[in-house]
Every structure is written in structure tokens, then in C-alpha cells.
Design a protein around this ligand. Structure first.
Ligand SMILES: [Zn+2]
Length: 335
């Protein structure tokens, strides 16, 4: 009887090795653990054994049953795992991880930078928190100029403020280097304004400055005209209108042909065919004096442009607040 216990054990292990699927496994279970299985057969043969050997043989049969049960259970769980793996449909498309996108203002700013860097402009930077000197005094703002008044400027102390334009970067750059200077200065600026569709207490400007001997208004005009074509298309023209800024003389405001009607006249441009972009002009001699340049030798032009405004035109956005609300439904449309 001991022999048959051993041979059943050896046979079982061989059979288990050749099991290929869950059905094979179930047949094996029935063969050994079933009501007419080998284990049951061994128990029924016990009564024929010598009574003295019965307890020892009974233990051996129990041990064999435990081994068979444990091996079958382990094999069964292996098949269950394999089966659940087979449920993965490899032909399905993968899950795309959500990838961040650039903000529309960043995209437009990069495009503007690209244009000016091709013309040899480098990018200059300055602090958002400025002093009266860099934001106003050095830019030839008289002591009593209305732009210094509390309703426009966000003052921190009497002398420290949030910059109202990117022009302080002109002063900082010219004080640090000798002419020629050819820079653009992108950055955030601040005004005391109540937010609505076209106003925000902060927005983004790009300042441009070119200073050298014999720089003329013609150069400025050409650079702005080419920029309009680069940004909005070959048929977009620029016009300059006389204006006033303390830091330029003469001062101009410049308009682009309305990009929606291409100059024919529509609701957006109030049927004028033109859209206001920003200001520009020839650098005022007092600004050169403030930074230690000789206005008899050096000339230069400066211009500003609103990044938010250009982005609104480019993407046909009618509310500036959309840029700052961080609504993913809005932001995910760009790029
Ligand atoms: Zn129009």
C-alpha cells in the first residue's frame, strides 16, 4: 500500500506538469480528489491493511491529500492570473496622458520675439516692482504728469510702484551698456483698472528700443510695417498718427488694417478699416541725458505693443479676462 501512495504522488506531479489549461486541471482534481478518486480509493483500502499499520498509513494518505490540494490550488490561481491577463485587448488604442500646453500669450510672445530676434534684437528683462525714477522720472515724465496720479499707478510706497509699462527696461539697459542698443523687453505691467472685456489690472507689453547713430523714423516705420505683415498677413498696412508720450519726440500711435475685414470696414473696427495697436516714437533727448548718452550724437526709436491685444486679434478672442482665468476648456484650444 505504501508503494501505491508513492506512485500516486509521483504520477500526480508528472500529470500536473503536463497540464495545459483549466480543463486539464479540473480533470486532474476529479481524478485524485473526486468521490471515486485515487485518495478516496486509498482510504477505502485502509480497512484491508494490518491494523497496526493503519494509523501510519492514514497519516501518509492525509499528507498526500494535503500536497495534492495545495498544488492544485496554486496551479489554479496561476491560471486565474493568466486568464485575467488575456482580458487585456492589445488592439485598443492606448490612454493618452494629458500633456501641458503653452498659454496663448506665451505663444504670441514667442512669435513676436522670433520676428525681432531675426532683426538682431536681443531680449532684455527688468523687475515688475520699480522705482519712480525708472518708471517715470528718467522717462521724462514731469512731476505733475497725470500718468503718475493714483488712479493709474499701483504705488507700493511713495517712491516704489508696480511698473505701468515696460519702458523702465529701456532705462536700465541704456544705463548698463553703451550704444548701439537693440532690445525688446517683454513683460507684465500693471494699472489701476477695473477688469472688463477689454481692461485688466495687469497685462503684457513688449517694448522695443533701437539706439545708434543716425537711427531714423524711417527705420521704425519699416520694422513695424514688416511686423504687421509677419503677424497678420502681407495685405496688412500700418498707419501712424501723431500723439504724445513724455519719453518720445515726435510721438506716434500706430494702427494696423483691421485683420477681420482686411481694411474694408466692419463692426470690430467700427467701419474705419483700422485697429489701434500701440505707441511709438523717436527717443526724447531728455531720456538720453538721463542715462548719460549724448543726444547730439545718438538717436533712437522706441515702440510698445500689447501682447494681450495682439493675441486677441490673432485668435479672435473678445474678452481679455479669458487669458487669466485658467479655464482649461479655453486654454486647451491653443497650440
Ligand atoms: Zn474691420
Amino acid at each position: 500500500m505504501e508503494n501505491s501512495i508513492d506512485s500516486i504522488k509521483n504520477n500526480f506531479l508528472d500529470e500536473l506538469n503536463s497540464v495545459r489549461n483549466a480543463q486539464d486541471l479540473e480533470s486532474l482534481r476529479i481524478k485524485h480528489l473526486g468521490r471515486k478518486g485515487t485518495i478516496q480509493e486509498l482510504y477505502s483500502k485502509l480497512k484491508d491493511a494490518d491494523p497496526a499499520d493503519r494509523p501510519g498509513l492514514g497519516k501518509e494518505i492525509n499528507a498526500l491529500r494535503t500536497i495534492i490540494e495545495a498544488e492544485l490550488n496554486e496551479a489554479k490561481s496561476r491560471y486565474a492570473v493568466r486568464k485575467s491577463r488575456q482580458k487585456v485587448d492589445l488592439t485598443l488604442p492606448g490612454r493618452t496622458p494629458s500633456v501641458g500646453r503653452k498659454h496663448p500669450l506665451t505663444l504670441v510672445q514667442e512669435e513676436i520675439k522670433k520676428y525681432f530676434s531675426r532683426l538682431g534684437f536681443s531680449v532684455a528683462d527688468g523687475p515688475d516692482v520699480e522705482t519712480d525714477f525708472f518708471n517715470f522720472a528718467a522717462l521724462n515724465f514731469p512731476e505733475n504728469h497725470p500718468a503718475r496720479a493714483m488712479q493709474d499707478t499701483l504705488f507700493i510706497t511713495e517712491n516704489i510702484l508696480l511698473r505701468t509699462h515696460t519702458s523702465p527696461v529701456q532705462i536700465r539697459t541704456m544705463m548698463e551698456q553703451k550704444p548701439p542698443v537693440r532690445i525688446i523687453a517683454p513683460g507684465r505691467v500693471y494699472r489701476r483698472d477695473t477688469p472688463d472685456a477689454s481692461h485688466s489690472p495687469f497685462f503684457h507689453q513688449i517694448e522695443g528700443l533701437f539706439v545708434d547713430k543716425r537711427v531714423s523714423f524711417g527705420h521704425l516705420r519699416a520694422v513695424i510695417q514688416e511686423f504687421a505683415r509677419y503677424m497678420f498677413g502681407a495685405d496688412i498696412h500700418v498707419r501712424f498718427r501723431p500723439s504724445f508720450f513724455p519719453f518720445t519726440e515726435p510721438s506716434m500711435e500706430y494702427d494696423f488694417n483691421c485683420i477681420f475685414c482686411r481694411g474694408k470696414g466692419c463692426k470690430v473696427c467700427k467701419y474705419t478699416g483700422w485697429i489701434e495697436i500701440s505707441g511709438a516714437g523717436m527717443v526724447h533727448p531728455n531720456v538720453f541725458r538721463a542715462v548719460g548718452y549724448d543726444p547730439d550724437v545718438i538717436t533712437g526709436y522706441a515702440f510698445g505693443m500689447g501682447v494681450d491685444r495682439i493675441a486677441m486679434l490673432k485668435y479672435n478672442i473678445d474678452d481679455i479676462r479669458l487669458f487669466f482665468e485658467n479655464d482649461m476648456r479655453f486654454l486647451s484650444q491653443f497650440n
